[in-house]
Design a protein. Structure first.
Length: 89
């Protein structure tokens, strides 16, 4: 089975003010990345949201679909993506 590349972000600077419970724990992140590799899912990890969104927009082919998923760390994601997509077109 073939999967599209996935960009993962821990959005560190976007969640650090919320407290430790919102930061990705190293063991959780390692388990996610390891399982993704086992399943053949190509994941690229970014620790900052703006860099992750920029990489996703750069990879997006014409008429492609950009799917943003997440919780608190993704709050700025839509506005960042919209700005970069507008500049790209």
């Amino acid at each position: 089975m073939h999967y599209a590349p996935v960009i993962v972000t821990t959005s560190d600077s976007d969640v650090e003010h919320l407290g430790a419970d919102y930061l990705a724990r190293p063991e959780e992140l390692a388990a996610f990345m390891n399982r993704s590799r086992q399943l053949g899912l190509a994941c690229t990890l970014y620790h900052q949201l703006p860099e992750a969104i920029a990489a996703a927009v750069d990879r997006l082919p014409p008429r492609g679909t950009l799917l943003l998923l997440g919780t608190f760390g993704m709050d700025r994601g839509l506005s960042l993506a919209a700005r970069l997509l507008a500049a790209k077109s």
